[in-house]
Design a protein around this ligand. Structure first.
Ligand SMILES: *Cc1c(COP(=O)(O)O)cnc(C)c1O
Length: 415
């Protein structure tokens, strides 16, 4: 497994170049990008060769930062299906080419597996012993699983009101889980303080360069699964934004590799909830950096990120792609989850439901061609949000003489 990594580069000052053999977190508190020798990759491997490999993110190994195969910590992550959703498209007003990339099928039920698989593998390669993370939910579970697999210690800090499944899964995998009285920002501050004392490797969003390399694989898969012609529109539920930033990075690497059959890149839509909408606010006012969103509250816990370190990278990508940052109505998230789940049998998380709301608005405003190829990312499984899935389940109906009332049951199938 030869490595093509050349260096780490500051995401805001590309002239700043750092050594990738040292466990780096940030440069001057700004994110770092992993850079590769793309011409060398181009002569070493072809698209056809990649298409023959195992269906995990490691099929793109030349474009990934782990150097030795022995350090790969894998749970079979990647190559999530892109599912056509014609019925949902019809119900949303005649969309003829709507797709869901279903990340709920990844280990621990969310796309966070991609990033943490990569961060844990690389941290292990560089000799880290214990890792720490602030999390709104799914990142904690994914770190805990991969750390268990790697035999490393994980310290996880989450807001006390994080969905219960996220708390339990992280504990199940043997991580040290702590509940914090506050939001993700407080959790991050705790990790920063502890890192000095405990010598942790801080795997906070964009505080190290490897999680986004893992998330980048969503963009590589999108290209491969659409036969190397990227879709026209991508709707991505954006919290810290690593998925969107990672895909945008992937598209540019693919362009440099000349692996795309069309240079036309998707319009990227960063989707948030009105309950926590720092990116739409910054987008609408033409700012490159976002103001912290006051009093954030949303059942889409993965989007409860009032201030993102990579705000400028999200907004740059959205603007360069002729997309937008948009918010959907928090009070309708449940409705959109039900709409998609019932129409297509896909377990839509509240975060992805927000994309459906944004798409509804874009269609109403005629900002998107209904026949264009549109992809919504379902970043996690609905089952992880049991608190928000309140349903009223009736007992078996009975007649007055205490027999099962089959007429009543049969009536459910009529009409
Ligand atoms: C973390 C998370 C998000 C936001 O992801 P970013 O790439 O960091 O913006 C979206 N959906 C779910 C389910 C998440 O867990």
């Amino acid at each position: 497994m030869p490595s093509y990594v050349t260096h780490l580069e500051s995401a805001i000052e590309p002239e700043v170049s750092l050594d990738h053999q040292i466990l780096q977190t940030t440069h001057a508190d700004r994110p770092l990008f992993v850079r590769y020798d793309l011409p060398a990759i181009r002569s070493a491997v072809s698209r056809d060769e990649i298409e023959k490999r195992d269906p995990t993110i490691w099929r793109y190994r030349e474009l990934l930062p782990v150097e030795s195969e022995s350090h790969v910590v894998s749970l079979g992550e990647g190559l999530s299906p892109i599912i056509p959703v014609p019925e949902l498209g019809k119900r949303m007003g005649g969309l003829t080419n709507l797709f869901i990339k279903d990340e709920s099928q990844l280990p621990t039920g969310s796309f966070k597996a991609r990033g943490l698989c990569m961060a844990v593998s690389r941290a292990k390669e560089l000799g880290a012993k214990s890792l720490a993370i602030p999390t709104a939910g799914n990142a904690g579970g994914a770190l805990a699983a991969y750390a268990a697999r790697a035999g490393l210690d994980a310290y996880i800090f989450m807001p006390a009101d994080t969905p219960v499944v996220n708390k339990y899964e992280a504990a199940l995998f043997g991580a040290h889980v702590f509940l914090v009285d506050g939001l993700i920002g407080q959790c991050g501050a705790t990790v920063r303080e502890g890192t000095e004392y405990m010598n942790w490797f801080d795997v906070s969003t964009l505080k190290e360069p490897y999680r986004i390399e893992g998330k980048k694989t969503m963009g590589l898969e999108l290209a491969e699964q659409f036969n190397w012609k990227l879709p026209d529109v991508v709707l991505y539920p954006t919290g810290g934004g690593t998925g969107l930033i990672g895909m945008w990075k992937a598209f540019h690497e693919l362009l440099e590799l000349h692996w795309l059959d069309s240079e036309h890149l998707p319009r990227m839509f960063a989707c948030q909830s009105t309950g926590c909408a720092p990116m739409p606010t910054a987008f609408a006012t033409g700012k490159r950096f976002a103001e912290p969103f006051p009093d954030p509250h949303t059942i889409a816990s993965g989007l409860r990120v009032p201030a993102a370190v990579g705000d400028f990278l999200i907004l740059d990508a959205v603007r360069q792609s002729n997309g937008e940052a948009r918010a959907a109505d928090e009070s309708r998230i449940n409705e959109w989850m039900h709409l998609a789940a019932r129409a297509e049998g896909i377990s839509i998380c509240p975060e992805a439901a927000v994309c459906i709301g944004v798409l509804e608005n874009l269609i109403a405003e005629q900002k998107i061609d209904p026949d264009s190829r549109i992809v919504i990312f379902n970043t996690g499984a609905a089952q992880k949000y049991v608190e928000t899935l309140t349903v009223d389940l009736p007992p078996v109906p009975k007649t007055s003489d205490n027999k099962i009332d089959w007429k009543k049951i049969a009536a459910l199938s009529d009409g």
